[in-house]
Write a protein that binds this ligand. Sequence first.
Ligand code: HEM
Length: 160
Amino acid sequence: MESGRLSSTEKALIRESWQKVSSNLLQHGIVLFTRLFDLDPDLLPLFQYNCRQFSSPLECLSSPEFLDHIRKVMLVIDAAVTHLENLSSLEEYLTNLGKKHQAVGVKVDSFSAVGESLLFMLEKCLSTAFSSDVREAWTKLYGAVVKAMSRGWDARKEGE
Ligand code: HEM
C-alpha cells in the first residue's frame, strides 16, 4: 500500500494527533458518525441488525450493534496509525474489508463522506492544533486506506 507519500513529519503529526482521539475512541467515533449521517442520511438504511431498520440516526447511534461498528471503524484507523511504517501489511485485510462493505451495499463513493467526517471529528477534537499540515497528513492516510478497501469492489467485479 502507498505509504511512501507520507513524510516522516506527516507520520509524526498523525501519531501525535491520534493520541488525543485514542484516549476515547468510541466518543470520537460517535462524533464522526453523527456528522456522517448529517452529510449522507441515506447511509442509515445500510445498518440493519436482526433485519431491524432504524427510523432515525439517533436511534441508530444508541444501538449496541451500531456502537460496535463505530468501535470497529476506529480500531481500523488505529491499526493504520500503528502501522504507518508498514501500511502494506494491512492491504489484504483492507481489501477484504472492502469486499464485505460491497456485499452489504456500500458504494465506494460513500467513503468520501466518511473522510470528511473523519476530518470534522479530528478538528473538533484537536481544535487549534488541527493545522493544515495535520489535515493534509490525515487526508493522505485516509486516502491510502480507501484505496486499499476499494480494491474489494474491483476484486469482486473480476471474480464475477
Ligand atoms: C459508508 C460507511 C460505512 C457503512 C455504511 C458501513 C456498514 C457496515 C455494515 C452494515 C457492516 C456489517 C455489520 C456490522 O459489523 O456492524 C460493517 C462491518 C464492518 N465495518 Fe463498516 N461501514 C462503513 C464504513 C466503514 C469504515 C470506514 C470502516 C473502517 C475503516 C469500517 C469497518 C468495518 C469493520 C471492521 C466491519 C466488520 C467486518 C467483519 O465482520 O469482519 N466500516 N460495516
